[in-house]
Design a protein around this ligand. Sequence first.
Ligand SMILES: [Zn+2]
Ligand SMILES: [Zn+2]
Length: 343
Amino acid sequence: MTSTMRAVQVSEVNAPLRVVDLPQPSPGPGHVRIAVEACGVCRTDADMVQGLFGDQPFPLTPGHEIAGRIDMLGEGVEGWAIGQRVAVGWFGGNDGTCRECREGDAINCEHLQVPGLAYQGGYAESVVVPVSALALIPDELSFVEAAPMGCAGVTVFNGLRQTSAQPGDLVGVLGIGGLGHLALQFADKMGFDTVAIARGSDKEESARQLGARHYIDDDKQDMAEALQALGGAKVVMATVGAPAAMSAAIDGLRARGELVAVGVSPQKIEVSPVQLITGEKSLHGHASGTSEEVEETMRFAVQSGVRCMSEVMPLQDAPQAYDSMMAGTVRYRGVLTPAGAAA
Ligand SMILES: [Zn+2]
Ligand SMILES: [Zn+2]
């Protein structure tokens, strides 16, 4: 093992991504070091680069969809071994002591650690994480397949299974990108009657291949009317940060329907009390899942065949991968691999 590693660094808010050599990190007590084999490029990485999380450490290394092998154990680590294949997602560790943790609600920990914010993230050859962040990868998933499950995958899987929707219910997925293409597959495999909602007709064919039984072109059709024509949605999961579309989706819900917001935006969702009161509809946000839930997501992916569709790029091309994600030209998910396309 060399004493330096390649990693991406962002020196300050909105600075360009640069590939640099950094000292190889060592794990402290309760931490492990992971030799990174794959790291997904998530839209939220851009929010970190743009400084939207306030009190952020710069220089920062983004990356919170990490998959690799444990290659060093810190002091006092039990239950994990060198060589194990692990994933680390948005849930990068919790304190275990705050009220939410004591209530068993670790994803809402007051001191939730997110890779890229709390510590250096996975756009690197090595990363050091607390053991509470670790999810064991099933043998059936490659590193490239596992990495996006730590944020994109668990977010939509958990977001869907925690609703009141039952098999056979109409469930809409708004936006067919990195999150949406996974949400469609999970919704289909969970037995929902799935409807994809996107702008334009060019996404219809791929949406149907991913498991959509119905397709609504939000440019041509009135989304709410189209959903009501199908009986009204029990759930619409909004996977893109498009507040106006979220507002429209509320009127496409049936009684006791739920709009689940997972696409991030600082803009306001407009909704009147009467929209929510009529039919007792609800609107709630959903944030990712714990390391245990990442394992459940990966197990369900193995069981059902759900896979993230990724464009694999070498770590040194991280700046281009990031730009493609921002430009919306990536097919579903960019995944960086230190080894190139081999992981
Ligand atoms: Zn993410
Ligand atoms: Zn906590």
